[in-house]
Ligand binder design. Structure first.
Ligand code: WTA
Length: 676
């Protein structure tokens, strides 16, 4: 990527790296140089062999172009409906969509029962690989029995359709069972990543008023049994909404127990009846809430509903991954705590009768061979992961994957952040034997399912480009005035037509929903995604990254203000500013600048450690700043706005950009002196 300049300003305050030069963030003019454009000339067409058996053919786009809503109605037929819908889309209450109006279905029935009824009960649904090396295969028959037992237990606990259940669990099959049991009963689940702190769990429990929390005694992490129940205990202490805590014994470590409130999974679910008849629910029945970071400190509870969500999760999983049930072994390395785990571990693959790998642990436990051993062991054919992990593999060296037989792999996927072309090529070459198509899938918690991606067997891909909206999806790249941009112009990514798996709102805050996503282009009625993007000369779409105060660290969305408020929560801190700085492995790293209160004398490493721990406790270890600099002042505009752009320049070691609007440009000499 030499010669590719680091900053591609969309507009305003936020410089955006072109995905070509993640590794070389240098500041330059806001256009790409010819060296960068060289990347755009490289095209990888699908092989004739792949085309011959691909799920997607050219008729898909043609059908969507001819009749978009009719196309989605056809895709909805992938599912079993108890009652047919009367209208495909009702957009009269925009921006709250109703898809498949009047239709009724049961999401869990579609993910489990119907495969058993079709005679595929003996097919493995989940190959579970525990971190300590234990493994377990669950067939669709097994999964059905487990989900029914859990559903009967939840019912015995008094839960009824519409109630909320918080799921705070590592990657073990019971987590998936708990989600499906909720779906089966019309309970709305709120999965909280097990890496989040008790504080973060508590605020999510309170916001959704969850009645049940499902958790574990502990989880296996890097060879250790790490307790999790204490965090759940802390979170539910005096949480008025919570009636029960259901605990899976995963590690066998000691736990505190609150009689009457706490229940063991093995003493309840395992003993419950495996018979349970699923009732249908309305297509718009809320399926789940998933909290994600926005531009303010308070996470947003993104609401997804049933029929449209499952339609698009199923459609995209089938076509984007070219998934062949009964033949492929699919592995999505995400965690169920994120939307990728919801749509591409639970609902998409299971609705399609997939056989998949679920792995509990980290990629380097007990050593860096783990993922490749798993691919070899199960014959994984579709492998879907994140750029940050690919770059980590690159750092570990190709000897490690080369020591394994990865010949089962036939398709690779990437999600979570722009993938730099170097990582893309390495992925294809080293993991995909120079042949596997790569699908670079752009989407968000809010979109529910993949929106922009190559279609294997159809699209000639370019390393680093998500290529084009899928059939049935419509996107535009526009400027501040809503004018669509042609080739080469950097603009904002908007979705100009509603889609089936779109969010239906923010839990308890519909004003924020409208304001966050629909006010920017209110007149046009477009959804503002928060990402910058551009088209190249060939019409390929390049996603450039966030244009707001949301950082992307190892594919995790973290808001700058969330980290700032955690830091300011420490008694020594008067003010904090946080930026995402380019990071070779994680995409972005969190860099914080803090001003201390008068009279604070403890300013050494110990304070820095305390501050990092503070963020860890308030949010999660994943939000710990990579670097914290204590500074005498923060750069502000005359209107008092912190100039993050300049702080990012400092954090990335660049020459300062335009400082003319600063109150006191000299403040930087002091910041630089401290910031090393
Ligand atoms: C970023 C994850 C470029 C983007 C599914 C988006 C991507 C945010 C890609 C959503 C991609 C995700 N190329 N950027 N293929 N995929 N992003 O909600 O900035 O955790 O807005 O959903 O991740 O993150 P979220």
């Amino acid at each position: 990527a030499a010669g590719c300049n680091g900053a591609m300003s969309v507009t305003g305050d936020y410089p955006h790296r072109c995905p070509n030069c993640l590794d070389r963030p240098e500041r330059g003019p806001a256009t790409m140089t010819s060296a960068a454009q060289d990347h755009e000339q490289q095209v990888y067409p699908p092989s004739p062999e792949f085309v011959a058996t691909a799920n997607a053919g050219p008729e898909l786009q043609a059908a969507a172009d001819a009749d978009r809503l009719g196309f989605w109605a056809t895709q909805a037929q992938r599912l079993d409906w108890a009652t047919e819908w009367s209208e495909v889309l009702d957009w009269s209450d925009a921006p709250v969509a109703k898809w498949f109006v009047g239709g009724q279905l049961n999401v869990a029935y579609n993910c489990v029962d119907r495969h058993v009824l079709a005679g595929n009960g003996d097919r493995v649904a989940i190959h579970f690989e525990g971190e300590p090396g234990d493994s377990r295969a669950l067939t669709y028959n097994d999964l059905l029995a487990e989900v029914c037992k859990a559903a009967n237990t939840f019912t015995d606990l008094g839960l009824v359709a519409g109630d909320r259940v918080a799921i705070y669990m590592p990657m073990i099959p019971e987590a998936i069972v708990a989600m499906l049991a909720c779906a089966r009963l019309g309970l709305t689940h709120s999965v909280v990543f097990a890496g989040f702190s008790s504080h973060a769990l508590r605020s999510r429990i309170d916001d959704a008023q969850a009645k049940l929390v499902v958790t574990v005694d502990g989880q296996w992490r890097r060879g250790q049994a790490a307790p999790l129940k204490p965090a759940a205990d802390e979170a539910v202490a005096d949480a008025a909404s919570v009636q029960h805590v259901l605990v899976v014994k995963r590690t066998g470590i000691d736990v505190d127990w609150t009689e009457g409130r706490d229940l063991w999974w093995h003493e309840t679910v395992d003993k419950a009846s495996a018979e349970h008849e699923a009732q249908p629910f309305d297509a718009e029945h809320p399926l789940f809430i998933l909290y994600t970071s926005g531009t303010t400190g308070k996470p947003k509870g993104i609401i997804h509903t049933s029929g449209g969500y499952l339609t698009q999760a199923s459609y995209t999983h089938h076509y984007v991954f070219d998934h062949k049930p009964g033949r492929d072994v699919y592995w999505c390395t995400a965690d169920i705590g994120w939307v990728t785990g919801h749509s591409y571990i639970v609902y998409g693959p299971l609705s399609n009768g997939a056989t998949q790998v679920v792995y509990e642990g980290t990629p380097n436990s007990p050593n860096e061979h783990r993922h490749f051993e798993i691919i070899e062991k199960y014959g994984v054919s579709i492998y879907y992961t994140a750029p940050t992990l690919i770059r980590t593999f690159m750092k570990w060296g190709r000897d490690i994957p080369d020591a394994h037989d990865l010949s089962s792999i036939r398709l690779l996927g990437s999600v979570g952040e722009p993938i730099n072309p170097e990582a893309w090529r390495w992925f294809r070459e080293v993991i995909g034997a120079g042949q596997a198509p790569i699908v670079d899938t752009w989407w968000q918690t809010e979109t529910g399912a993949i929106m922009i991606s190559p279609l294997p067997g159809i699209t000639a891909t370019k390393p680093g480009s998500a290529m084009a909206p899928l059939p049935g999806i419509s996107a535009k790249i526009v400027d501040d005035n809503a004018v669509p941009l042609g080739a080469g112009g950097n603009g904002y990514l908007v979705l100009d037509q509603p889609w089936p798996s779109m969010l239906r709102g923010i839990w308890g805050d519909m004003d924020r929903y409208k304001d966050t996503y629909w006010s920017r282009y209110a007149e046009e009625g477009w959804y503002f995604a928060g990402d910058g993007a551009r088209y190249d000369e060939d019409g390929a779409l390049w996603v450039l990254g966030r244009v707001d105060d949301v950082m992307n660290v190892s594919g995790h969305r973290i808001s700058t203000s969330e980290v700032e408020s955690a830091l300011v929560g420490h008694p020594a801190v008067a003010e904090a500013a946080v930026v995402g700085a380019a990071d070779e492995t994680t995409g972005q790293g969190i860099v914080a600048f803090v001003i201390l209160r008068e009279g604070v004398t403890n300013t050494g490493d110990q304070l820095i450690t305390e501050l990092r721990n503070q963020v860890s406790t308030e949010i999660s270890p994943i939000a710990k700043p990579r670097q914290i600099s204590i500074v005498p002042e923060l750069p502000k505009t005359r209107s008092g706005k912190i100039m993050r752009r300049l702080l990012r320049d400092v954090a990335e070691g660049r020459e300062l950009g335009d400082t003319s609007t600063l109150v006191d440009p000299k403040v930087f000499e002091a910041i630089r002196a401290q910031g090393k």
